[in-house]
Design a protein. Structure first.
Length: 229
């Protein structure tokens, strides 16, 4: 089956919501889910690829050899080195890391975004940094502790079950997305137009949409025509 990734051709988009309900746009997140993001950012004039893990035991890692995360986004393994260790998330969405670099990172929601962004605001000479990790939605992980009888599942008493409620969209805007997908073991780049007169295009020469993401050039051919939602 086709497995889409997270690179829409335009903004904004909708992603699955969760229980409990989401906060309005522009607010800070007390927590986010999933807790790990791999994103590009500029620090002291140089572009690097960062992995931010917002959870106990998590780290903040940096790969200077992959500016813009272009290699990672094209399917290469992340090769960053740890710079800091997660300490806590304070009320109001401020995440604290300590290590060779100390960080204070604000978690923020912006529903106009299609994917997360990481912006480094201040990089002091003492290697103390402030930054903002902005996500399209503050998706919250809901945890319920259930016994075997309560859950109806083969779990030990005290096991944590995670509930995710997925919102099905009757309509989306924008109506066109260019995303990587896999059929079997083969990677493709698809353009999906969810509108009257729309089509699905396939570009077999750009696996993972790496050329499109780097240059904006899409050379797909039409495979199907939109009928209805």
């Amino acid at each position: 089956s086709l497995i889409p990734s997270s690179f829409p051709s335009s903004t904004p988009s909708l992603i699955p919501s969760s229980f409990p309900s989401l906060a309005p746009s522009g607010l800070f997140c007390d927590s986010i889910y999933p807790p790990e993001y791999t994103l590009p950012a500029t620090v002291r004039g140089g572009d690097s690829c960062f992995r931010i893990q917002v959870e106990p035991g998590g780290e903040l890692l940096m790969d200077r050899a992959d500016p813009g995360c272009s290699n990672f986004n094209a399917g290469s393994p992340f090769d960053g080195v740890p710079r800091s260790t997660y300490v806590r998330t304070d009320p109001g969405g401020e995440v604290v890391y300590v290590g060779s670099w100390d960080w204070s990172i604000n978690l923020k929601q912006d529903i106009s975004l299609s994917e997360a962004t990481f912006d480094i605001n201040i990089a002091s000479a003492s290697k103390t940094f402030t930054a903002t990790l902005t996500v399209p939605e503050c998706i919250v992980e809901s945890e319920n502790t259930l016994s075997n009888e309560e859950s109806g599942k083969s779990v030990s008493t005290g096991d944590v079950l995670r509930d995710r409620v997925v919102t099905v969209c009757d309509d989306i805007f924008p109506s066109e997305y260019t995303v990587p997908a896999r059929a079997g073991s083969t990677d493709y780049c698809l353009r999906i137009q969810v509108e009257s007169g729309g089509e699905i295009f396939l570009d077999a020469s750009d696996p993972g949409c790496s050329r499109f993401n780097a240059e904006g050039t899409f050379d797909g051919v039409p495979r199907s025509t939109y009928v209805r939602t």
